[in-house]
Ligand binder design. Structure first.
Ligand code: CA
Length: 626
């Protein structure tokens, strides 16, 4: 609590960056920050090439302000600054909340008018405990473009308001939908959308307004805002929370974008020779350690949480940001709603130009309470590292057994670091996953690493790997389409591949019904049993044990003493990562069998009184002691 108070006080010293344009029917006020401008002005566009100029005056703390009388709604504006003897090019400012097509100019509008019907009663679905979460990651096009999806507004925000999309997610049982970037990004020309080009969107242009390519009219600044809100409202009504993928670590272009034009270089880390540092691998890296970049990130995240009711943020290359900034973000979101999630990639693409020990890298996750990090540990242990084509535990590599156990306990310090030094402070900080949009999807990964095996064996490995994720004590995350045995045809970086590579094959609901049903049941099993979601490192240390077994390819994971916590007295999960059926000892009891030999049922597949269990090749058996 002390930490929160201290952080907030320090952030409150200066005016907000987010109030660049404050509209009212009687006047519009402007306020821009620049510590290097000698003059600043706003141009207000009445038409494409016709504008009038509003000079800005320098006030306290390097904020430049000005205003214009009368109702300016519907007009566009840009800001420019005079520095080093010349006028910098115009930009929409760093905190434009509404923009023109392709985000070149900012728009003046009354945000209230963008609220869809029912928005004032929109509420976040209930979410009592972070480890209850099952995140489903998708891209708006991947999820809705299939010709077999009965969706009208394919590839648009509004697609996720349509019943087939919503019902599918509800039936799957996930709690959170994580959507690949949907702030305004640069790689798709919004004026030529009919060509249907695809991009993931990791190239930010305007951080604080939705992407025009997902709107039904990118020329009208209010439409993208309203439609993004409609999407969120529809998902909320369906009981699904929305996680936004945010990419503050770099911009599309470090000189030409708003951050670079308004205050050149300030928002970025530079190398000693003055060139842009490049921890993102995309040509630049932002400087969250600089006061106003930190403030920008904190205010931006808080803005999306307040204005759009976003329920969580996934930070791209979070390891580029400093830990202090992540703690500030957590504190700001806690003031809005402490159940809003924060997690990210605890790594960078290349070495950031900042002291490593201060960065939000995975190994320092425990220093950022309630900020999670993706666990490449459990991912690599189960299916192999993306940097090679080796098998993982679920595809027959028993050497990874201990690393799987490390993931099952949520990356904590478990019983004197029995499986390695913990990096999460609490299990919810460990995002358990095997695949995401990066690297091979699960089917392709298994095919590449276990190419000699049959498809039926691949399906067994798929189920086994995802079972380990879904019974782990961390926060669970599934890449959308794995439940439909999606393939990206061997493409491991499909960021600009056509829809034919990226779309989720809805027709596979019938073709691979058995796999799909297994995912549905496993998600239900996780959500029905608190034992898989104990929620604290202390509880995991006292309730979780690993039973000894003679076979290296078996893991016998038991969660015990659950009276009062779970409907089961104990849960036993046996994972068999080998090609042979294997038998192992379990405590003598009467069990309900929740999963066995590639089948799962939350209501139970049968009842067993036993002290030993035989687990079929590449499969999991899950028992609940009643
Ligand atoms: Ca755009």
């Amino acid at each position: 609590m002390m930490l929160t108070v201290a952080l907030t006080a320090c952030m409150a010293k200066q005016p907000s960056l987010e109030n660049e344009c404050l509209y009212s029917p009687s006047q519009t006020r402007f306020s821009f920050w620049s510590n290097c401008a000698e003059q600043m002005e706003v141009r207000i566009y009445q038409e494409e090439d016709s504008y009038f100029t509003v000079p800005l005056m320098k006030g306290k703390n390097d904020f430049w302000t000005g205003s214009v009388k009368g109702d300016q709604a519907g007009k566009f504006y840009t800001v420019r600054s005079f520095q080093n003897g010349e006028w910098a090019p115009e930009s929409p400012g760093i905190f434009a909340k509404a923009v023109s097509v392709n985000g070149q100019r900012a728009a003046i509008l009354d945000l209230k008018t963008t609220d869809p019907e029912g928005w004032d009663t929109d509420v976040r679905p209930a979410m009592p405990d972070p480890t209850d979460i099952v995140v489903y990651e998708t891209h708006l096009r991947d999820f809705t473009m299939s010709p077999n999806a009965q969706i009208k507004k394919k590839g648009k925000f509004l697609a996720l308001t349509e019943k087939p999309a919503i019902s599918y997610l509800q039936q799957l049982g996930i709690t959170h939908l994580q959507i690949l970037p949907f702030f305004d990004y640069g790689s798709i020309d919004e004026t030529t959308l009919a060509k249907g080009r695809y991009n993931w969107g990791y190239d930010p242009v305007n951080y604080n307004t939705p992407e025009g390519g997902y709107s039904s009219d990118p020329y009208d600044p209010s439409v993208r805002i309203r439609e993004a809100k409609e999407m969120i409202h529809a998902l909320h009504k369906a009981g699904i929370r929305v996680v936004m993928d945010v990419v503050y670590n770099h911009t599309y272009d470090a000189r030409g974008c708003a951050l670079g034009r308004v205050v050149p270089n300030y928002f970025y880390r530079l190398n000693p020779d003055g060139t842009f540092a490049n921890g993102s691998g995309c040509g630049n890296e932002t400087a969250s350690d600089h006061e106003m970049m930190r403030r920008f990130m904190v205010e931006s995240v808080a803005y999306w949480a307040r204005e759009y009711h976003i329920d969580g943020f996934r930070f791209d290359l979070m390891g580029i940001h400093d830990q202090e900034t992540m703690r500030h973000i957590r504190a700001a979101l806690d003031k809005i709603d402490p159940t809003i999630l924060t997690y990210g990639e605890g790594w960078a693409a290349m070495s950031p130009a900042y002291p490593y020990e201060k960065l939000a890298m995975k190994q320092f996750t425990h220093l950022m309470p309630r900020v999670g990090a993706f666990s490449d540990d459990i991912r690599n242990a189960l299916i192999g590292s993306p940097f090679d084509t080796e098998r993982g535990f679920a595809s027959g590599n028993s050497a990874n057994r201990n690393a799987v156990c490390f993931g099952l306990v949520g990356g904590i310090n478990y019983q004197n670091n029995r499986f390695g030094e913990g990096w999460s402070g609490e299990p919810m900080q460990h995002v358990s996953y095997i695949t995401c949009h990066d690297n091979y999807c699960l089917r392709d990964r298994i095919e590449v690493s276990a190419s000699s095996e049959s498809e039926s064996t691949h399906l067994r490995m798929n189920k086994l790997a995802q079972t380990a994720v879904l019974v782990s004590q961390g926060m669970t995350f599934i890449y959308g389409g794995e439940e439909l045995f999606r393939t990206k045809k061997g493409i491991d970086n499909s960021y600009q591949s056509p829809d034919s590579i990226n779309i989720i094959p809805w027709e596979n609901q019938q073709l691979y019904k058995d796999l799909h049903d297994y995912y549905v049941q496993m998600i239900a099993i996780r959500r029905a049993h608190k034992g898989f979601r104990l929620g604290s490192a202390e509880a995991v240390n006292s309730h979780v044990e690993f039973l000894s077994t003679a076979d290296e390819g078996l893991i016998v994971y038991r969660i015990k003493d659950l009276e009062g916590t779970d409907s089961a007295r104990s849960l036993v999960v046996v994972l068999n990562g080998t090609a042979n059926a294997l038998q192992t000892q379990v405590p003598e009891a009467q069990y309900t069998v929740l999963a066995h030999d590639g089948e799962a049922n939350v209501a139970g597949l049968g009842v067993l009184q036993t002290n030993k269990v035989t687990v079929e090749p590449y499969s999991a058996t899950i028992l609940a002691e009643m």
